[in-house]
Design a protein around this ligand. Structure first.
Ligand SMILES: [Mg+2]
Length: 252
């Protein structure tokens, strides 16, 4: 019997999905700057608690409750002064907001990476464990929302990474298969494990690593700069554009 050759089209990378905190911006630097200014503003208007004491108290509350807590200044004032003085609270909130805004900016090469990926025809999305309001607010402050086709926050699935739900939700919204998507994030146990389980190509965001020399878990790639994504997409897509795999089937 004659041999027949079957042509199989290999998939292209069609979307780049990314974590938000400590991947697009240095979230902990932003927090530290915001809290520093909150403490200084409160001391400037009469808070009689040493700077180090109120600063440490705020972070103690963050660690004991939620890093996204919106009432941390009130809680710290009650703990250290026994009451909420509106003058101190207002100074703390304004100081926090100014520090936060000053320190909310992207890691190097985020914008140029997004621009080049969009030029290459990719879709770009964010998958964040942050509550919707905080995720959208941070992305708006970073001026990134116009670039994004999709933002998945905790509110969308009610589950945090490494649950596969946020990743599956994103794939469904974009109508893509896992092998058509690259995802990057800074937290191996959450970002890489979750995406990997779904079958997405993973990149460990070493530039956002908060723990020096952390193991990149089982990420497919380990980059020190987000711009590496551009080269990776070019490499994967050029291979795939050029190659049609011939599979020979012998009819016996
Ligand atoms: Mg992160």
């Amino acid at each position: 019997m004659a041999n027949c050759a079957k042509i199989q089209q290999i998939t292209m990378i069609k979307a780049f999905l990314t974590d938000l905190d400590n991947t697009l911006l240095d979230f902990m630097r932003m927090k530290r700057t915001a809290v520093e200014m909150a403490c200084n503003y409160m001391i400037n208007v009469g808070l009689e608690v040493p700077y180090r004491e109120i600063y440490d108290e705020i972070f103690k509350i963050y660690h004991a409750t939620d890093i996204e807590s919106q009432s941390v200044i009130e809680q710290a004032l009650v703990k250290k002064t026994g009451k909420i003085d509106k003058k101190l609270l207002s100074a703390g909130i304004i100081g926090y907001q100014r520090g936060r805004d000053m320190a909310t900016y992207t890691y190097p090469h985020v914008e140029i990476t997004f621009k080049e990926l969009l030029r290459m025809g990719l879709k770009i999305g964010v998958i964040s464990d942050a509550p919707g309001e905080q995720a959208y607010n941070r992305l708006t402050r970073l001026h990134l929302t116009p670039w994004l086709d999709l933002i998945v926050s905790f509110d969308d699935t009610g589950e945090r990474k490494p649950s596969t739900k946020p990743f599956l939700f994103a794939l469904k919204k974009l109508k893509l298969r896992p092998d058509e998507v690259i995802y990057c994030g800074d937290w191996p146990e959450r970002d890489i494990s979750g995406a990997k389980e779904v079958g997405i190509i993973t990149v460990f965001a070493r530039w956002g690593d908060q723990h020096i020399n952390v193991s990149p878990a089982n990420a497919d790639y380990d980059f020190k700069d987000i711009y590496g994504i551009v080269g990776l997409v070019k490499k994967l897509n050029s291979k795939k554009t050029a190659s049609f795999q011939k599979i020979r089937h012998l009819n016996k």
